[in-house]
Design a protein. Structure first.
Length: 97
């Protein structure tokens, strides 16, 4: 039974190397090169989205690669807005490193 209180975020959604056809969901402005699960989870934690990391999951379009996913709580805002916020936070976090 799927969880309806969570949004699924696959790293491909935020990967600047992926095309829109390959699964990227944000514009290049919010995308990053090779986003890691830990980075996504940290950005979601900073945004108080209560992330849950599932490293053994595979993106359906590339089912043979176990890249993992992050589940975040729904906030009532559209998924695209949540992805943009996470992308922006990840870029900011990479700048400070």
């Amino acid at each position: 039974m799927p969880r309806t209180d969570r949004i699924v975020i696959w790293p491909t959604y935020l990967d600047s190397a992926a095309s829109r056809n390959d699964g990227r969901r944000v514009t290049k402005r919010y995308a990053l090169k090779s986003p890691a699960l830990d980075e996504i989870a940290e950005a979601a934690r900073t945004l108080e989205l209560d992330p849950v990391v599932e490293p053994d999951k595979a993106y359906p379009a590339s089912w043979w690669k176990k890249g993992g996913r992050v589940l975040v709580k729904k906030t009532g805002t559209p998924k695209s807005s949540v992805l943009r916020e996470i992308g922006s936070m990840m870029k900011e976090m990479r700048r400070t490193d």
